[in-house]
Design a protein around this ligand. Sequence first.
Ligand SMILES: N[C@@H](CCC(=O)N[C@@H](CS)C(=O)NCC(=O)O)C(=O)O
Length: 254
Amino acid sequence: MSTPRLITIPFSHFCDKARWALQRRGIAFVEDGHLPLFHFLAVRRAGGNRTVPALALADRLIGDSTEILQWADAQPAPGPRLYPEGVADEALALEEDFDRHLGPATRRWAYGFILPDRGLIREVARHGAPSWQRAGLELGLPLARFVMRKAMRIDDAGVARSRVKIDEVFDRVGERLADGRPYLTGDQLTAADITFAALAAPALYPAEYGVPFPPVERFPAAIQAEVARLRAHPAGAFGLRIYAEDRAEERRPR
Ligand SMILES: N[C@@H](CCC(=O)N[C@@H](CS)C(=O)NCC(=O)O)C(=O)O
């Protein structure tokens, strides 16, 4: 089997979800990182539609993070299952809920303060993509901002709605964890936990994320206060804990 190629926007939280899951299963892959908008060509060339992560296999392309996790779970691989028996349906339902509600909300909220700040964009885009794309983004930044704001409806009202949505999801996760369970479906890490933590990352900025984030001290003061509030929430503390404990573990070679 040729080595699977994971096409990514390196800093994308849906991409860290897929990266983490492949690493947890112990599946070897190469990463092919692109900056936003440039990713479109790479995905199209591989036969996909437009979003990343996309996993290019010898015979097909898997163009959705949940389908990548399901594929990874079905492979003969040394790492623990992502959808363990007994909680598989529950894990998948939680994953789909986070994909639909949390992922777009944290992304819009973070782009809301990153896009206006050229220095922050540079720091976020620094890792894992070709230098010619970084140069292209610098030159075409006004156009890129316009396209991204339109495509993801990043405006004041959208950012405010997303903030409320993040709080709602965090409260639901906090309630689920209130009985003292260590993971969302019980006592083992599943696709649900990986998905929650990865998609919450643009609100939490865990040190163990797949690529380095700019230091939170670089963010506007009001955003720093929001990050501190979300980190202190039981769901935020949970996301940070599994990045610190489980993600750090996954990145060691099996
Ligand atoms: N449901 C998809 C969503 C992935 C997604 O939204 N990816 C973003 C990056 S975070 C993307 O590719 N955006 C660019 C675009 O839509 O062209 C999945 O789970 O893979």
